[in-house]
Design a protein around this ligand. Structure first.
Ligand SMILES: [Zn+2]
Length: 490
């Protein structure tokens, strides 16, 4: 509906009135300002509750698409802080969006909370699995979701106190570990109106360098054959496991004929249960990775050909199901600069005596480099590639996406290790989480305060993405594999 134009005389009166009002009130009173130290203090005051939330998610250790309680916990915390929460987005029960404020810019914050199957560890610095526990937070996603939600809440507080226009939006993104949760959220258009996205990841160092990682495509290859007595009637059987082994053999030969930096890895998820029964069903789970998404697509197609050949040669049949796929990360240097400045302002992780003792004990199981002191340092700003993948890659090709890692783990710890689970469950992890929360909150404040920085970030993003880019998810048009972890967690 068109608004009636304001007659000129009324406009003048309004102008005079608003001027008089402004003169009467003077500049915005100090209480309406919120500096970065205020933002940090606001977060510090909530460290107790944030740690409780992170440790509860650590205990739950829910795996991809099954993070019911972890997702509900984070959504509830945001709702209690006045966020408008939409649950079950993109056809995923544990995905949600929580929003505060209104208008532009829209700043998004990513938060993960899924655990990894097959690894768990108690909160101690020596190897000590917890009996009966089938999953663990070996990638620090208990801290990831919590720190990001904390940063969103702090940014909301800043918007509220300063009266600044803008929207802060937290994305509760499930199933990062192999489930490609964010890809379905991108595909559903949930990022279409976002100006900048910020994110982070647990790590063994504090680093906001620009860089990239690997694109990935994964699939289950399933072979079906004919069962028979393996000794009395082998000629009547056709082994589905032979199909898997033939595929694996060809894939291993293929390694010699793929571009540099390709990674191919697999696990046999089903291979029969008794040597004297020829298995009539077998399954192998593959990942293909490379820095370029298009290279991943072409190597994956060759793998499918190998699987077809394996079936033909073993007298079995083969079907495959693409499980996940993600682009490599598209970096934006102008955005990483903002994150890096803020990480420097926040500073690294300082251990107290008890944490130092824990770290020293844990360090005995790790390589000597880097030394423990690096947890307190900020890494230099330089280009780097990580040889891993993340579904945040697809977000980064849709919206300029900034990220950092903080030292939630004892220096020298690898992701997906028991040492990571241990640190994620104690105060060392919680301290790294606070560094991330503050850095992200400061970054959001900068982005809300300075439209020229947002414009520069978006210009660089468009240039790097190129004019001809068309987003085509590597996982195609499949639905979220909501049960991809069901067979792992029994
Ligand atoms: Zn992770």
């Amino acid at each position: 509906m068109a608004r009636r134009p304001v007659p000129p005389r009324c406009a003048l009166v309004l102008l005079l009135l608003s001027g008089a009002l402004a003169a009467l009130l003077g500049p915005r009173p100090l209480s309406a300002q919120m500096t970065k130290p205020d933002v940090a203090a606001w977060l510090d005051a909530r460290q107790g509750r944030l740690t409780e939330v992170a440790m509860r998610i650590w205990e739950l250790a829910e795996v991809g698409y099954m993070e019911t309680e972890s997702s509900a916990l984070l959504a509830g915390e945001l709702e209690a802080h006045g966020f408008r929460v939409t649950r079950g987005v993109a056809g995923i029960p544990t995905a949600f969006v929580a929003e505060y404020g209104s208008g532009k810019p829209v700043i998004g914050v990513l938060g993960e909370f899924d655990a990894l199957p097959g690894i768990n560890q108690d909160r101690v610095p020596t190897r000590s699995p917890i009996d009966g526990k089938q999953a663990g937070h070996a990638c620090g996603h208990n801290l990831f979701g919590t720190a990001s939600s904390a940063a969103a809440m702090a940014a909301a507080e800043w918007l509220e106190r300063t009266g600044h226009p803008g929207t802060i939006r937290f994305y509760g993104t499930p199933a990062e570990e192999g489930g490609s949760g964010k890809v379905y959220m991108v595909r559903a258009g949930l990022f279409d109106d976002v100006d900048v996205v910020i994110s982070w990841h647990a790590g063994d160092r504090n680093d906001a360098s620009p860089g990239s990682n690997l694109a990935v495509k994964s699939a289950m290859f399933r072979f079906d054959g004919v069962s028979a007595h393996a000794a009395a009637a082998p000629d009547r059987g056709r082994s589905a496991l032979d199909g898997v082994e033939a595929l694996d053999f060809m894939a291993n030969l293929m390694r010699e004929h793929v571009p540099q930096e390709t990674r191919i890895h697999y696990v046999i998820t089903e291979g029969g249960s008794a040597p004297n029964v020829i298995p009539d069903h077998a399954e192998v789970y593959y990942y293909v990775r490379h820095p370029e998404s298009e290279t991943v697509r072409s190597i994956f197609d060759r793998l499918v050909k190998a699987a077809e050949g394996a079936a033909a040669g073993t007298g079995t049949t083969m079907t495959y199901e693409v499980v996940g796929g993600a682009y490599s990360r598209l970096p934006v240097v102008a955005l990483q600069e903002v994150v890096h400045e803020n990480l420097q302002a926040v500073g690294g992780v300082l251990y107290d005596a008890e944490e130092r003792a824990f770290a020293e004990a844990l360090k005995k199981s790790l390589p000597p480099q880097p030394p423990l002191e690096t947890a307190a340092e900020i890494q230099p700003f330089e280009w780097e590639r990580t040889y891993a993948s993340s579904d945040a890659g697809d977000v980064s090709w849709t919206v300029p996406t900034g990220t950092l890692s903080t030292a939630t783990w004892v220096p020298g710890t690898a992701a997906h290790s028991w040492q990571a689970v241990a640190a994620d469950g104690v105060s060392i992890g919680a301290k790294g989480m606070m560094v991330a929360a503050k850095t992200l909150a400061f970054t959001a404040v900068d982005l809300f305060s300075d439209p020229s920085r947002v414009a520069a970030i978006q210009a660089e993003f468009r240039e790097r993405r190129g004019p001809d880019f068309r987003y085509e998810p590597l996982l195609g048009d499949r639905d979220p594999p909501l049960d991809y972890r069901a067979s792992v967690i029994r």
